[in-house]
Unconditional design. Structure first.
Length: 95
């Protein structure tokens, strides 16, 4: 759980909410087909946060996402864009 303190008080954001924000960010990246569950190898899973892991430690948020990349897409470019989109989305949400 992410905890933020500001002049208005303390704000707590659950890891599940951060995972959902990351999931939405991935869906906006061209070339990223979707999130997959690496533990089962399933693609197009109904629970879109199943392939997203969030860890909050000492004020830092780490997000790991298992994605499927469109055939013919440059995996490196897609991965960088996914990272950028998730970072911007989480920063925007958490301030």
């Amino acid at each position: 759980m992410a905890e933020l303190n500001n002049k208005f008080g303390e704000i707590k954001i659950s890891d599940e909410v951060i995972a959902k924000v990351a999931s939405v960010a991935v869906s906006e990246v061209k070339g990223a087909v979707g999130i997959c569950d690496s533990s089962t190898g399933l693609f197009g899973i109904k629970n879109k946060t199943k392939g997203v892991r969030v860890e909050t430690k000492e004020g830092n948020i780490t997000v790991e996402v298992d994605i499927s990349v469109e055939y013919g897409a440059n995996m490196s470019d897609v991965a960088w864009e996914v990272q950028d989109k998730i970072k911007k989305a989480v920063e925007s949400m958490t301030g």
